[in-house]
Design a protein. Sequence first.
Length: 435
Amino acid sequence: MEQDGFIVVLRDSERLEDVPQYFLDKYLLEIDKTIDGLQASLWPLNNFIHENPELAFEEHKAHDALTHFMRSCNGWQVTTSAYGMETAWVAVYDSGKAGPVVSFNAEMDALPNLGHACGHNLIATASVAAGLATAEMIKRHDLPGKVVVFGTPGEEGVGGGKIRLLEAGAYKGVDISLISHPGILHNSPLVRTTAFARLEVEYFGRAAHAANSPWLGVNALDAVVIAYNAVSVLRQQTMPSDVIGMSITNGGAAPNVIHAYAAGVCVIRASSASRLQELRQKVSACFRAGAEATGARVEIKIIRGYADHVPNRVLAASYTKYWNLLPDLPDPRIPSGDEYTWVKASTDQGNISYAMPSVNASFAIPPGLQAGQPHTPDFEEASGTKEAFLRALRVGKALAGTAVDVLRIPGLIDKITDQWRRDMDAIKEQRIDIV
Ligand SMILES: [Zn+2]
Ligand SMILES: [Zn+2]
């Protein structure tokens, strides 16, 4: 039986319908074998990163280990300390023939006091495995195009390593970006994350004796309290997917003075970058209300967070196809149809998804004893297990299948780009789904 140029030899007792579909997809079969063949070298690398957690932009050991490994692979051009960041790196495998440029992002950073409790070691493993398997397919099947693996530092906090790479031009000419993230709840390539920003507010009043001559003062603390209350009132009129948190970071001086200075911080989250913008304006209005009521001068500093992640449906369809074809399908299943998986967290891959078609696939690893989610000690332990590593390899296979589809199926990149343009237009016009 010949299908897509690949010959399946059936034994006498076998009928075609009994042959698992997986064996009929020659690329997937080869990707599967390629990544299985890398297991022995990727496991120590994954383990090394997990056991040597490093904070955002300090991922020196991970940077050195990963670039050393990529350099040992045939045909890869590796740039260390790329684009002005010591721990960023780029590895390129070029077919030498014009075609799509596919890319994978490899995160490396850990959390303060929690080690790899976000499982970024697994993200690096999945992306490196996918990059290598894609290159192998280019080599074996004479495919056109290029594959790039980016070592992307500083995802945790508001580091935004990918935003810095984007702004430095690292993704110029890159057609698609693929990445994954571990958790314990979902297997899904249609992941939407929240957009977030941080607003810092300061009020400058005038000090006066609180008993003697309070009428000479301008109370900055009152301004913060009014702002806090205004934000609390605003919360009733927000959307279910909006989140506003506020704290008072400076509540004035001694109680017997009129406070000359007070300050607060708001962190806001929304389902899209445009909704975040609206929310930002509403919260800023609450801040100004405090100033208006008291006469204090207000200064608002907006610290850019991350955009929401907009997944590309065409890329996600390839991912789902390969995930489901691979043997030993794990639970939970990828939701059927076009259902989004909403994750109330933020990532700088969101900003990438506004620059080019992107998939940020969630994958479930076997949970720890307390079924701890990311950012817990339990998840830190779970993300260091062999089982979690094997799940990351499965992700790498599905990601490689997706990238190889883009390189080998004529016109697929145009469909992907059209879908991305439609998504961006929908967001601009606010035709977005809200949970
Ligand atoms: Zn995290
Ligand atoms: Zn993370």
